[in-house]
Design a protein around this ligand. Structure first.
Ligand SMILES: Cc1cc2nc3c(=O)[nH]c(=O)nc-3n(C[C@H](O)[C@H](O)[C@H](O)COP(=O)(O)O)c2cc1C
Length: 175
């Protein structure tokens, strides 16, 4: 079993990609296997609710979700929500999310969108019975210098999120 990190931004200068890379490092340091999916490098078709499910790239994405013991979604906040690419991934891979442990890292423009991830979290809980980690990481541009995460407190929070993902995923595997 491995852990999946999905970097959901399609922006070539994505900050949530940087958060996802720090989370990958934290998971690897904890000694677990990590699968890293950057949506900007794995283009997926828009969900039509029909023929798109048989496309090979959609089947592959669904298998990677299915295989994961726990999942971290690193998302840009757009219009007080996760970006459309994140939601599209979930629309495409639906049932693969069943009972997964899911955590979030969010890159946003300002502090006012702090609770924006709740709509996606709610849908994962209600649709697929996902266990959503109550700890999540929310970061604005102030924590970055150029392309680098320059805030040690945020790095600590990412580590705590990674540790909590492993702890809860393992506890549920054995119960
Ligand atoms: C279309 C669009 C909508 C956005 N909406 C919000 C928003 O509602 N709240 C917010 O705090 N930031 C908003 N932002 C700023 C992004 O969250 C910010 O640029 C973030 O770094 C994006 O993540 P990324 O760098 O990984 O792409 C928006 C940016 C774009 C392009």
């Amino acid at each position: 079993m491995s852990y999946l990190i999905v970097a959901c931004s399609l922006n070539p200068e994505s900050r949530s990609l940087v958060l996802a890379q720090h989370a990958e490092e934290a998971l690897r340091q904890a000694g677990v296997t990590v699968d890293f999916m950057a949506l900007k490098n794995n283009p997926l078709p828009l969900c039509d609710g029909d023929s798109v499910y048989s496309r090979p790239e959609v089947i592959s994405a669904a298998e990677r979700v299915q295989k994961a013991e726990g999942i971290l979604l690193s998302v840009p906040i757009y219009n007080y929500d996760a970006n459309a690419a994140a939601k599209n991934l979930i629309e495409l891979t639906g049932k693969s999310w069943q009972d997964k442990v899911v955590g979030f890292l969010c890159a946003a423009g300002g502090q006012g969108s702090y609770m924006s991830i709740m709509s996606l979290a709610n849908s994962l809980m209600l649709d697929f019975r996902c266990i959503v980690l109550p700890r999540f990481v929310y970061v604005t541009g102030e924590s970055f210098e150029a392309d680098n995460l320059a805030n040690s407190e945020i790095k600590q929070r990412i580590k705590k999120l990674a540790d909590q993902l492993i702890k809860i995923s393992r506890a549920l595997q054995t119960s």
